[in-house]
Design a protein around this ligand. Structure first.
Ligand SMILES: Cc1ncc(COP(=O)(O)O)c(C=O)c1O
Length: 355
């Protein structure tokens, strides 16, 4: 099956090969080396001098971690789709008061709306933004939104699960306090690992937090990383080795900008190919995600029909998600995908929608 999924995604053979190493203790020198290399490479990729930690969970684990470590009473969740809703649910289920800034489906959050909301609710401590809303295929205007959050002096959490590795992120320049993702998305590594940058302000909040639990305690991640380039429990060593390899490949192939250009090139090919077939993308024009195309199903077909028929032809796309389940299907642009593979997929999609 050829994968155009939104995670888990196809991984490079070279990366999968590095996961087959014999295990060693997470207290050994062998482990410390790959942990340190992966962290330092991520720091360069995310353009941060702050801390970057590796978590033995998927991205949702860090989402919960932000709420438990860095919010005392109240947070704001920007909701542009299902994953923004999840953030709000995670907040509420951890006993926090959650305000929502919800947009009409298919539309991004605008800096003006966010400014208005923060001006009217002064007791908000932190703002959560989904950079790339995977369910709808929208890229929110993060640099502008981040500026508003910082002008109001709030902590900023960025769910970059389907953005990190495929879309520009400048953690320090944009003032992001926690920016997290998971291995099974743009970095093209199997699931089981999350990674996040954590600012000194976020760590300061964590040191004062009550009832933050143990497993996702950011201060414990800091302690074990500073002390011995490790974690306070056995981490997913194969995934960390794989991430380190993928980041090494990024550097070998010309660095971060080259990788982001590749994502742009693939996204353009997918978008133009879809439009050439007479299909329309769901999101508001100008905010289409470069890592997932959310496409309106053609007349007379449901999104699920397109998905099933493509599967029969050997291509796994992604189903529509949440309220868009019936009306859309999605084409992932994450992980190990070639331009030739995209052309082949588009040709098959043409056959499927014309039938
Ligand atoms: C934008 C976004 N946020 C959060 C998540 C949840 O991440 P994970 O599945 O790694 O827990 C996903 C998963 O698809 C996502 O796309």
């Amino acid at each position: 099956m050829k994968l155009f999924t939104v995670g888990p995604v196809a991984c490079r053979p070279e990366v999968l090969q590095d996961m087959g190493i014999q295990m060693f203790s997470h207290r050994s020198k062998e482990y410390q080396r790959i942990h340190r290399e992966a962290v330092e490479r991520l720091q360069r990729f995310l353009e941060t001098k702050g801390q970057v930690f590796l978590f033995p969970s998927s991205g949702s684990g860090v989402m919960e971690g932000t709420v438990r470590n860095c919010v005392e009473k109240k947070m704001l969740c920007c909701v542009t789709g299902e994953f923004g809703k999840r953030y709000a649910e995670v907040g509420v289920s951890n006993g926090k008061e959650v305000e929502k800034l919800e947009t009409e489906i298919g539309n991004p959050v605008t800096p003006e709306e966010l400014d208005e909301k923060l001006s009217s609710a002064k007791d908000i401590e932190a703002v959560a933004i989904t950079y790339n809303e995977t369910s709808v295929g929208i890229l929110n205007p993060l640099p502008e939104l981040a500026k508003v959050v910082k002008d109001h002096g709030k902590l900023l959490f960025v769910d970059a699960v389907s953005a990190m590795g495929g879309v520009e992120i400048k953690v320090d320049d944009w003032g992001i306090d926690v920016c997290f993702s998971s291995s099974q998305k743009c970095f093209g590594v199997p699931p089981g690992l999350a990674m996040a940058s954590i600012s000194s302000e976020a760590l300061e909040m964590s040191s004062r937090a009550k009832n933050k639990g143990w497993y996702f305690d950011f201060k414990l991640y800091e302690k074990y990383q500073q002390g011995e380039w490790s974690t306070h429990m056995p981490p997913p060593v194969p995934q960390i080795a794989a991430l380190n390899k993928e980041l090494e490949i990024v550097e070998r192939e010309g660095g971060k900008q080259k990788r982001l250009e590749l994502y742009q090139k693939r996204a353009k090919r997918i978008r133009e190919g879809v439009e050439d077939l007479g299909l329309k993308l769901y999101p508001k024009p100008g905010y289409e995600s470069p890592t997932v195309a959310c496409v309106n199903a053609p007349a007379g077909m449901k999104g699920l029909d397109v998905y099933e028929r493509m599967r029969k032809e050997g291509f796994e796309l992604a189903k529509g998600y949440g309220v868009l389940k019936e009306r859309t299907f999605r084409i992932g642009n994450m992980g190990y995908i070639t331009i030739e593979g995209i052309d082949e997929m588009l040709q098959t999609l043409g056959k499927v929608v014309r039938k």
